[in-house]
Design a protein around this ligand. Structure first.
Ligand code: 6PG
Length: 253
């Protein structure tokens, strides 16, 4: 049986998953700001992070006050090729549930300009933003303090879908990716960016992820590698945070 690298935590339910993720977010933010004066985090898309953002912004919880928002820099691992006010926009979801509710400076929100007609141009501009912010030389990759990721039912993560071009790219940080499954372009960070991260945390919740979670943790051999299995920080933490519903198809320990 293939052993999936990283640390796997199975928690009771979606609320417990959000709490664990919020505690990790706060811990890593405090450590990064203490050592480098800033915390760089790449948000995932999709709906799973909603509960996390609700907890991070809940004035009755400790996180909102404890996190040094003025030192937090938000990026996105991927974005749909839509304007920022489109219901499909990952940025819009984060703006409504997180950004608009915490004292984070506008300059600390590094949005993908997915409204640009040409997805390749949007990717190139985001690549330039990464190079500027992280002061990267050509060919150098950023090291995010934390990268949050979800997985899709067929094992995609960010907008790295099985069989798509972006999955093979190793010499660029951000690319446009035509995704036949959704019949649309996406803009996505590439595998080497995740490889370089100080921490990648997968947030996986719900019965609808049970089959793919089993495929991830129960698959045989390297040639079965799904996009979410290719993501392995070389010198960083890989954390799988899974709730019981999503882990329900795993063989009993
Ligand atoms: C996106 C995401 C994608 C997402 C998974 C899980 O833009 O859709 O980046 O990789 O994280 O599809 O989505 P849910 O959290 O909605 O299940």
């Amino acid at each position: 049986m293939r052993t999936t690298p990283g640390r796997v935590f199975v928690v009771d339910d979606a609320d417990a998953l959000a709490r664990e993720a919020a505690e990790e977010f706060e811990r890593r933010a405090a450590a990064a700001v203490a050592s480098r004066g800033r915390f760089t985090v790449a948000l995932s898309g999709g709906s799973t992070p909603r509960r996390l953002y609700a907890l991070l912004t809940d004035p009755s919880a400790s996180f909102c006050k404890a996190i040094p928002w003025s030192r937090v820099h938000l990026f996105w691992s991927d974005e749909r090729h839509v304007p920022p006010d489109d219901p499909q926009s990952n940025y819009r979801m984060a703006r409504e549930t997180l950004i608009s509710r915490v004292p984070i400076p506008a300059d600390n929100v590094h949005r993908i300009e997915a409204e640009l007609p040409d997805a390749a141009e949007a990717a190139a501009r985001y690549d330039d933003e990464l190079a500027r912010f992280f002061a990267l030389s050509p060919g150098e990759f950023p090291r995010f303090d934390l990268m949050l990721l979800g997985i899709g039912p067929e094992g995609h993560t960010a907008s790295l879908f099985p069989g798509t071009k972006a999955l093979e790219i190793r010499d660029r940080r951000v690319v446009e990716n035509w995704v036949p499954k959704v019949n649309a372009f996406r803009i996505t960070m590439t595998v080497p960016v995740f490889t370089r991260a100080a921490a990648v945390q997968f947030l996986i919740s719900g019965e609808d992820k049970a089959a793919i979670v089993r495929a991830i943790f129960d698959s045989e051999g390297p040639d079965d590698a799904l996009p979410c299995q290719i993501i392995r920080p070389e010198a960083g933490d890989l954390i799988w945070l899974v709730d019981r519903a999503a882990a329900s198809a795993l063989p009993a320990p």
